[in-house]
Design a binder for this molecule. Structure first.
Ligand SMILES: [Zn+2]
Ligand SMILES: [Zn+2]
Length: 129
């Protein structure tokens, strides 16, 4: 999902920084980049990243602790699925719909809401094999 304009100026600026870095950035990288031209506190950046994540325009990898701009053409917020290389941390967003199908057929002891999920697949990219 993509958006052109955020309600908050800080969110917009954080989004702008992420747009220039397709590789994904840590919150600290985003902070450093913004601090080049404005006085901004780490908490403000974290809050903006959270907002953007909630909106569905930014996804977070817990493995590489990085934030990525959503690359899907979906018009609405969707469950993120990311493939991440274990060696070089190269990340690609993959279509989550096939996983939605698998999860809807999954039998578990506990009840989970599988309509909501975040998926990270640790794998190796072609260069690192
Ligand atoms: Zn996405
Ligand atoms: Zn790799």
């Amino acid at each position: 999902m993509k958006i052109i304009k955020c309600k908050l100026k800080n969110d917009q600026q954080v989004l702008g920084v992420l747009k220039k870095n397709s590789k994904g950035m840590s919150a600290y990288d985003v902070l450093k980049e913004l601090q080049k031209y404005k006085n901004i506190k780490p908490m403000t950046v974290y809050r903006s990243l959270k907002n953007l994540q909630k909106l569905g325009v930014v996804h977070k990898s817990n493995q590489s602790k990085s934030y990525f701009l959503c690359h899907s053409d979906a018009k609405e917020k969707h469950n993120p699925a990311l493939a991440i290389c274990k060696k070089c941390e190269k990340t690609e967003e993959i279509n989550p719909s096939i996983f939605s199908k698998i999860f809807s057929n999954l039998k578990t002891k506990e009840k989970y809401d599988f309509s909501n999920f975040e998926l990270e697949i640790s794998t190796l990219c072609r260069r690192c094999i």
